[in-house]
Design a binder for this molecule. Structure first.
Ligand code: GLP
Length: 267
């Protein structure tokens, strides 16, 4: 796991956008699958990618996008559905065919069958080339709450009280937050070829420390990423504040000072 600590939100967006752009350039015109996360954490990266599309002509034409999760019971057009969120905040502003942006149908008559079919579609589509992730304050990724099997597949999950209260800010009240979601499983996410996880703020510091340095455990689902060979973590100082190992790359020193842009901490 490689940890990159950045100075501010702008740089956090740029570093994540660099990894997406690198993947797109490596793929050329070949089809490529980008895994997208919702939540506020990836927004600086989406803003930067939209800017690069508009100003530098970065093209997403060969991209298939797959979302991690969706609330059960929210119609696609609901303003807090992840279907809508990803369009409003990212994919409506770049050159990606709307039909190439895939998410679970939260209103499927049979959510369990929808979850199974979604998992199969990802696999049959050749899997995810680069997965963008956020992290919950309790260490969840997608909606894999503490206690999730590290081998879990896409399924219907119940949200914890802590996640409902974290996400209540997007709704009128905690009572309006759906209590279930269809979420890619930890096993599903772990099949992505590359992963970039991004977070900011003190509220994420414990989850980040556990993920990078703690014992692998269902108590902190993101610790499963320690098994993945290609994970980059892009965080600010506040989110990094509980890491105990002290030699992670800090990308925000002035050029010329010791360690500027150093990449000596890849593990
Ligand atoms: C939600 C999403 C996750 C996201 C997490 C953190 O629960 N299902 O994919 O990573 O919240 O959200 P935020 O980035 O807004 O803190």
């Amino acid at each position: 796991m490689e940890i990159r600590i950045v100075a501010d939100e702008e740089q956090r967006g740029e570093v994540v956008a660099d990894l997406v752009e690198q993947m797109l350039r490596e793929a050329g015109s070949a089809p490529v699958t980008l895994g997208l996360a919702t939540g506020s954490s990836p927004l600086p990266a989406y803003t930067e990618l939209i800017r690069r599309h508009r100003e530098n002509g970065l093209s997403f034409a060969p991209v298939n996008a797959v979302l991690l999760d969706e609330y059960v019971g929210l119609p696609a057009e609901h303003e807090q559905s992840y279907h809508r969120f990803i369009r409003d905040s990212f994919t409506a502003h770049i050159d990606i065919d709307d039909r190439a942006v895939l998410s679970p149908n939260g209103c499927a008559a049979d959510p369990d069958a929808e979850a199974l079919a979604y998992d199969r579609r990802i696999r049959e589509g050749g899997g995810v080339d680069l997965q963008i992730l956020g992290i919950g304050s309790n260490g969840h990724i997608a909606f894999n709450e503490p206690g999730s099997s590290l081998a879990s597949r896409t399924r219907v999950v119940s949200l914890t009280r802590s996640t409902i209260s974290d996400n209540a800010r997007f709704f009128d009240s905690a009572q309006s937050v759906p209590q279930r979601a269809i979420s890619q499983g930890l096993g599903t996410i772990g099949e992505a070829r590359r992963i970039v996880l991004t977070a900011s703020g003190e509220a994420k510091a414990e989850a980040i420390a556990q993920m990078a340095e703690g014992p692998v455990s269902a108590r902190w689902p993101a610790t499963t990423l320690q098994f993945h060979p290609d994970v980059t973590v892009v965080i600010d100082e506040a989110a990094a504040s509980r890491l105990e190992l002290d030699d992670y790359s800090r990308l925000h020193r002035e050029p010329g000072t010791a360690g500027a842009g150093a990449d000596h901490t890849a593990r």
